[in-house]
Write a protein that binds this ligand. Structure first.
Ligand SMILES: Nc1ncnc2c1ncn2[C@@H]1O[C@H](COP(=O)(O)OP(=O)(O)OP(=O)(O)O)[C@@H](O)[C@H]1O
Ligand SMILES: [Mg+2]
Length: 243
């Protein structure tokens, strides 16, 4: 067994009166695609939000490649190679694809007097190649993200994570409200992450999607892990019955 890339050890989360995580211990291994399932309110988003820096934990330890982490912002998580994709808020809808690709990491071009200007040309050309790399066909890097479909947005977010060589990609219900065809594309993206040596955590209510693209399935119920099995050692029925 390789060393885990991420370890959660006895992680608890309280939201005032709600005990959302009740001592979660979980090891995630490099390059694996982990499916995280559970009923509404089971604690899936809370767990990954603590990892991605959007929530803080109440107690417990989390390590990334053996080193303790405690991100205060998503930016800090991104700097350490952890990228999160949500259905709606991973991008700024009013900005172009190129600007969204480089959000928070904008390359600067120096001008006389030392004032930095955004290197628009570089953002455009790198966006075009990053998008082509994930086999996504979009008209122009200048297209406004708000005018893309849900699946296309997910594609841009995935292209971004790949372009910046994320180590870990978290996808929290990325296939909600998108068409069957676009869903297949997102599932294909998740599968392709393995080839890029990216570890992924895929949250979904759709067992077929989880079984289509994950190596392992972890089920949560009321803030606890109630099942943890390799895909080939379980079935959709078994997982559904435990939830
Ligand atoms: N910001 C918050 N403030 C208070 N309680 C919260 C907050 N976020 C989540 N909770 C509570 O924590 C518990 C776990 O919620 P969480 O969002 O992690 O569930 P989930 O497994 O992601 O569910 P879903 O499948 O519906 O997205 C729930 O009881 C929820 O009501
Ligand atoms: Mg959730």
């Amino acid at each position: 067994m390789p060393e885990p890339i991420i370890r959660f050890q006895d992680v608890h989360k309280w939201y005032s009166g709600v005990h959302a995580l009740k001592g979660v211990t979980l090891d995630i291994y490099p390059n694996e695609a982990l499916g995280l399932v559970g009923d509404n309110g089971a604690g899936k988003s809370t767990l990954i939000n603590i990892l991605s820096g959007t929530e803080s934990r109440s107690s417990g330890e989390i390590t990334l490649e053996g080193k303790p982490i405690n991100f205060a912002t998503p930016r800090q998580a991104m700097d350490r190679g952890i990228e999160t994709i949500y259905q709606y808020n991973s991008m700024v809808p009013s900005m172009s694809i190129a600007r969204n690709m480089f959000i928070g990491r904008e390359p600067l071009k120096m001008s006389i007097g030392g004032i930095g200007w955004l290197d628009q040309e570089r953002m455009r050309s790198e966006s075009v190649s990053a998008i082509a790399d994930v086999d996504l066909h979009l008209r122009s890097p200048d297209a406004i993200v708000g005018e893309l479909s849900g699946g296309q947005r997910q594609g841009v977010a995935i292209a971004r994570a790949m372009h910046f060589k994320s180590k870990v990609m978290i996808l929290d219900e990325p296939t909600n409200h998108i068409s069957v065809k676009e869903t297949q594309k997102v599932i294909g993206f998740v599968r392709s992450l393995k080839d890029q040596s990216i570890t992924s955590v895929f949250i979904s209510h759709n067992m077929h999607h989880v079984f289509d693209c994950c190596d392992r399935v972890v089920a949560m119920r009321l803030g606890e892990i109630v099942m943890d099995k390799r895909i080939e050692e379980t079935s959709i029925e078994e997982v559904s019955n435990i939830l």
